[in-house]
Design a protein around this ligand. Structure first.
Ligand SMILES: NC(=O)c1ccc[n+]([C@@H]2O[C@H](COP(=O)([O-])OP(=O)(O)OC[C@H]3O[C@@H](n4cnc5c(N)ncnc54)[C@H](O)[C@@H]3O)[C@@H](O)[C@H]2O)c1
Length: 343
């Protein structure tokens, strides 16, 4: 049985569906600090499975102990965490507490219950500015924000656990920029419009929350002057977790693997792909470069190909199409909810 933390979040709910569709038994846990119980209905509808969910905090040792005592957990997929880079710079204590101490707590309870396999959601934020693209896992990590520091600390905790006897085996997956949504269009997520990602900013313009899309710098040393990033469809990302579980089932080890598309797309590439899907122009403005940004960042995915036999199959256009589909469904839903309330 798999313990999925952060189960009702953006990546968590997509992972949950994939696991249930693959007939895995899953216990989901989340404190709902950045998600809602609505996800349970959506996960259940799409996967046609009955999710087992426990509302609670990964820092609560009593809660985790109860879960491990009640269910025969063999694997943990640990996604629960805080992920806002800007917020992490002003709220270091909270980020340390959840992202680092939360993982430490989880590892202690795992060890006490003889559970020795964990997949950890790390981030490309561990690399910072120094790495040259394509960025391989061998690049020396030098995070430039506190969020990235907490992810690197998490990886270090896993390394300590691997050096103990018996070892806890782990795969740290360093995600690049995750985008898109479940192709059914039924999995709504606030991340569509609440994060500061490029996809989220485009969504804000499309639903009229913002009048134009801000492009941070158009004089980078890139083909069109805008930043280049590696965008990966959330469904591909999730499949990477299932592949990583297979690796843990066949080999002991401490693994670190990039998950990205393996090539970069400029901000203008993303905008024009989105415009093609929507069938209209997205209003834009140019702002100055943000401090700490890098011009080009994309992943070397050779380790993922070699170690877990994983390759992404979704294109940038799929990410735009699936994001737009779920955005439009949620707009329609909001309209009809308002209409029902009025009548
Ligand atoms: N989305 C991305 O592009 C991206 C990129 C790199 C890494 N990550 C990492 O992947 C993980 C999942 O990201 P996401 O995009 O799904 O974020 P998300 O915020 O949608 O999901 C995280 C979930 O964790 C829950 N949570 C937070 N603190 C908790 C706690 N103390 N106890 C229990 N639950 C708690 C939240 O309620 C939320 O549902 C995070 O650890 C994030 O740092 C995400």
């Amino acid at each position: 049985m798999i313990l999925l933390t952060g189960a009702t979040g953006y990546i968590g709910s997509h992972t949950w569906i994939e696991l249930l569709e693959g007939s895995f038994q899953v216990v989901g846990v989340d404190n709902l600090s950045n998600s809602s119980l609505d996800r349970l209905g959506e996960v259940s509808t799409i996967s046609k499975g009955g999710p087992i969910f426990i509302e609670g905090d990964i820092r609560d040792k009593g809660l985790l102990t109860n879960i491990f005592s009640k269910y025969p957990i063999t694997h943990v997929i640990h996604l629960a965490g805080l992920k806002d880079v800007r917020e992490s710079m002003v709220n270091e204590k909270q980020y340390f507490d959840v992202n680092v101490e939360g993982l430490r707590n989880l590892l202690e309870v795992m060890r006490a219950h003889n559970c020795f396999k964990i997949i950890f959601s790390s981030s490309a934020a561990v690399y910072g500015q120094s790495a040259t693209s394509p960025i391989s896992e061998k690049s020396i990590p030098v995070p430039t924000n506190y969020y990235g520091e907490t992810k690197l600390d998490g990886e270090r905790l896993l390394a300590e656990e691997f050096n103990k006897i018996p070892a806890i085996n782990s795969v740290s997956l360093r995600y690049f920029n995750v985008a898109g949504s479940h192709p059914s269009g039924l999995l709504f997520d606030s991340v569509l419009t609440t994060s500061h990602s490029l996809f989220s900013e485009i969504a804000k313009v499309l639903i009229g929350e913002k009048s134009s899309l801000c492009i941070y710098g158009d004089d980078w040393d890139t083909k069109d002057g805008t930043c280049i990033r590696d965008y990966l469809h959330v469904v591909d990302l999730v499949k990477g977790h299932l592949a990583a579980m297979k690796l843990l089932d066949s080999s002991d080890g401490l693994f670190t693997i990039n998950l990205g598309l393996g090539h970069g797309q400029s901000v203008r590439d993303v905008i024009s792909s989105y415009e093609h899907v929507v069938g209209k122009k997205i209003p834009q403005c140019i702002a100055s470069k943000r401090m700490g940004d890098v011009g080009v960042s994309f992943a070397d995915i050779d380790s993922a190909i070699q170690l877990i036999e994983w390759r992404p199959t979704h294109s940038l256009s799929d990410m735009c199409l699936d994001s737009y589909r779920v955005l439009m469904t949620s707009v329609e839903l909001t309209k009809s909810t308002k209409a029902i309330k009025r009548s």
